[in-house]
Design a protein around this ligand. Structure first.
Ligand code: PSU
Ligand code: MN
Length: 312
């Protein structure tokens, strides 16, 4: 095994025995939510995955090693230290590993860990994407390139409209990443269930999603996939209000000249502030909803009895 990678015994046992495993990310803990909501959410996500019959593997960099599966104490440390822990995407891994440091892994870096560990299904809140104004700033999340190259399915509630969702979908199309809508025709916009943009394929069941993934990877395609799962109706926020809030958050970021890897966490925190915590509640609920679906997809991926076109 790679000396830079450590898989928790419970996760390793599940993988060896062909049981379902769901990867979870840690940027959402350290940079995406405030303490203690981040801690409660991280632990609740693991519980949701377990209740749905899969094993959770929260991923992060701890003391210079890529880790799939953290202890409760480690999750607590990441939650408490928050933004003082480095936000780690693909380009940051070599540095953090060589220095023996900690890192909170983004969607991109979590996909890398999941792939190294042999985990094919990953749940998060929202993926990074093409930022509004990217034609001038070139700000395109490394998450999209990871989806282009790393065969892991990412279950998310679409993407926040801090991004240009249309350009994000165009980019993913160029790189051959299928966008699968779970019981929806529309690409969801995180707090909102719809965006006016279409998904590539509507899927009614976790089994259908797993069959598509098995075919996609079964012919040697190396790209990931986006499983877009709309926020439950009960927790969805008003579209128009959120649009105004997001526009204000982006204007504040421009005014304060926030750039690069700091931009996404800044916008998330500002939206939280501007909505007086309303967005946080929605965020927590949609991630849990994604963890539940991811556990079902992971189970369908390891099931042997359904009809498919060859094993992966
Ligand atoms: N979008 C969210 N919540 C998040 C993130 C994105 O709604 O917490 C985090 C994820 O970890 C994602 C990262 O991978 O931000 C993208 O950052 P960047 O745009 O710097 O690539
Ligand atoms: Mn960026």
């Amino acid at each position: 095994m790679n000396p830079f990678v450590a898989i928790a015994p419970e996760v390793q046992a599940a993988l060896s025995e062909g049981r379902a495993v769901v990867a979870l990310e840690s940027t959402i803990i350290a940079h995406g939510m405030p303490y203690p909501a981040n801690l409660e959410t991280a632990l609740r996500l693991e519980a949701v995955v377990r209740q749905a019959g899969a094993v959770p593997a929260t991923c992060a960099i701890v003391d210079g090693r890529l880790r799939a599966g953290l202890s409760e104490e480690e999750i607590e440390r990441f939650a408490q230290k928050g933004r003082s822990i480095a936000k780690a995407s693909r380009r940051d891994l070599g540095y953090l590993l060589s220095r023996g440091l900690d890192g909170a892994t983004t969607v991109a870096a979590t996909m890398i860990i999941a792939h190294l560990a042999g985990i094919r299904c990953f749940a998060t809140g929202g993926i990074g994407g093409v930022h509004r104004g990217a034609s001038a700033t070139f700000d395109i999340s490394a998450d999209l390139q990871e989806l282009a190259h790393t065969p892991v399915a990412v279950v998310c509630a679409g993407a926040k409209s801090i991004l240009d969702l249309g350009l994000t979908l165009e980019y993913l199309e160029t790189f051959g990443v299928p966008i699968l809508g779970y019981q929806t025709d529309e690409f969801p916009a995180f707090y909102a269930r719809s965006s006016g943009l279409k998904v590539d394929y509507r899927m009614e069941t976790p089994e259908a999603i797993a069959q598509l993934l098995k075919a996609h990877w079964g012919i040697g395609l190396r790209s990931g996939a986006v499983v877009a799962n709309p926020i439950p109706e009960l927790y969805a926020l008003n579209d128009k209000d959120m649009e105004e809030t997001i526009a204000k958050a982006i204007a504040d970021a421009e005014h304060q000249r926030i750039r690069g890897k700091d931009l996404t966490p800044f916008l998330l925190a500002r939206i939280e502030q501007l909505t007086g915590g309303l967005s946080l509640k929605a965020n927590v609920e949609l991630v849990c909803n994604n963890a539940h679906l991811a556990a079902r997809v992971a189970q369908a991926l390891v099931a042997r009895h359904h009809q498919g076109f060859g094993a992966v």
